[in-house]
Design a binder for this molecule. Structure first.
Ligand code: ZN
Length: 274
């Protein structure tokens, strides 16, 4: 099953949060790791006043490498791919906890599959302190609808990822939020039942790519007066287990290696004055 990811990516997911904060011109959380150098060199000092994070659950780096045709629109849109190693145990609340705090699991407090509210500083807290508006759009039962609750931001939770996705498009059109996170767990849920490489699961990864591409075009159309950083950002990978099922959570490259994609979308007025 494993193709090209025998080695673990050297850079940890804990570097992402500080780099995103730098991109947005806000302080990083006190407990965040040093910023991701690849993302900073891509940005070259450019700052964004908006960020849209698309979070497709469990889309592994090895799936991304092995089936490039499923991800072609996302690759074409984005300028940079950032391989990282997610944190252990490689399960959803642990990994998203690190993605948005920049802290290791022992510091943010989620070290197994549980969904308490994280109380340490997150990127959301830093943006809120800077007077920015944030929203999380997700399924009602997923980790992202729990672990960053109780903050002065807006939450849109739905029974179904398509409803959540539709809401995200609505919010883009309303043009009110500085940070929007959209969580899509469709690949993860099908992959667990039918295996990471089943036609059913790969179709969901394809759907994630098409959703991401549509988000890009919606942002370009509706956020013309903003510089926006757009991310295709999964939490962890996955591997096949007995019975044609899929799983994750282990200390292995298939579960730990992830590859984010980013695009800096320049405001239109600036493009015209070039
Ligand atoms: Zn997950």
């Amino acid at each position: 099953m494993l193709t090209q990811d025998e080695k673990l990516n050297p850079v940890s997911l804990d570097t992402l949060c500080a780099a995103l904060c730098r991109a947005l011109g806000v302080h990083a959380p006190d407990t965040a790791a040093a910023p991701n150098q690849e993302l900073l060199s891509y940005l070259q000092g450019r700052t964004a006043d908006r960020i849209f994070m698309y979070n497709p659950d469990a889309v592994a780096q090895w799936i991304y490498r092995k089936y490039p045709q499923l991800f072609k629109e996302a690759v074409n849109i984005c300028d940079v791919e950032i391989p990282m190693q997610t944190v252990m145990p490689s399960v959803t609340p642990v990994c998203f906890g690190t993605m948005y705090t920049g802290a290791q699991p022992a510091v943010h407090g989620i070290q197994k599959y549980e969904k308490p509210v994280i109380r340490i500083q997150s990127i959301f807290d830093m943006l809120i302190a800077a007077g920015k508006k944030c929203a999380i759009v997700a399924d009602t039962e997923c980790s992202m609808s729990h672990i960053f609750n109780d903050r002065k931001m807006d939450y849109y939770f739905y029974n179904g990822y398509l409803q959540a996705t539709a809401k995200a498009f609505e919010l883009i059109k309303e043009d009110q939020y500085d940070m929007i996170v959209l969580y899509n767990g469709n690949y993860d849920s099908i992959m667990h039942k039918t295996g990471p490489e089943s036609l059913e699961a790969l179709s969901e990864a394809r759907a994630n790519t098409e959703c991401f591409a549509s988000l890009y075009y919606a942002i370009k159309e509706n956020w013309k007066n903003h510089n926006t950083l757009l991310g295709f950002a999964m939490d962890h990978g996955c591997h096949e287990i007995d019975g044609n099922c899929g799983s994750h959570g282990l200390d292995m490259p298939e579960d730990l290696n992830i590859c984010h994609l980013y695009k800096y979308i320049e405001r239109e007025a600036q493009e015209q004055t070039k």
